[in-house]
Design a protein around this ligand. Structure first.
Ligand code: SAM
Length: 200
């Protein structure tokens, strides 16, 4: 990953959502993007030019656009019409983003457009976040990574966040190898990143 000083950046053309640029690179702000927070806190894997990514919860494409600056192809799934409009605009300017309007609970709906991916990234803030990730593992190639951004309050606002995280971790561990688990404080409250690999 590219840094200017200690600032995380990405190498694409600027002006996607009003982000700053530094020495010609786009600043990837950890306060705005959980993926950037993960990198800034010392976690995450290298994004490489050949990489295929399935991104669940694309929203208006801000983080997607940075991932697409590094990766080969980004399949970006979003089900809400309003952010989808912005995502389409981002995809119009970045040919390696494939926007898919679909419910991530229904991978069968987009399976016909998909190929095996090296990275499954998920940021959907739903009560059944782990279940959604499990359903989409069908697209992850052996040796590939899952990065699950867990919003503990979306799972159950009354429960202890550490307990929610532990439960998610244990469930994922049944099918994947856990590489890293970390809270995204001070950038995102009550959010944790769980990074796993699929055994070859
Ligand atoms: N990842 C985005 C970023 O960094 O710019 C922010 C994602 S936002 C926290 C969560 C997004 O997931 C929302 O846009 C929401 O509409 C979408 N989402 C939630 N559940 C979904 C589902 N089942 N299928 C597809 N998108 C979903």
């Amino acid at each position: 990953m590219i840094r200017v000083g200690n600032v995380l950046v990405s190498p694409g053309e600027g002006g996607v959502y009003g982000e700053r640029t530094l020495e010609g690179y786009r600043v990837w702000d950890p306060h705005r993007s959980k993926f950037a927070a993960l990198y800034t806190l010392g976690g995450g894997m290298e994004l490489t030019p050949g990489m295929k990514v399935l991104y669940l919860g694309a929203a208006n494409g801000t983080t997607v656009s940075h991932v697409a600056d590094y990766a080969g192809t980004v399949y970006a799934v979003e089900f809400a019409p309003r952010p989808m409009q912005d995502l389409l605009e981002v995809a119009r300017r970045r040919k390696n983003i494939i926007p898919i309007m679909a419910d991530a609970n229904r991978p069968d709906e987009y399976a016909p457009f998909m190929e095996a991916v090296d990275l499954l990234y998920q940021d959907v803030a739903q009560p059944n976040q782990v279940e959604i990730a499990e359903k989409n593992l069908v697209f992850l190639r052996p040796g590939g990574y899952l990065v699950l951004m867990l919003k503990t309050r979306s799972v159950d606002v009354r429960r202890d966040p550490a307990g929610v995280l532990e439960e998610a971790r244990e469930r994922l561990e049944r099918r994947l190898e856990i590489v890293d688990v970390r809270w995204l404080e001070p950038y995102h409250h009550d959010h944790a990143a769980i990074v796993c690999t699929r055994r070859s």
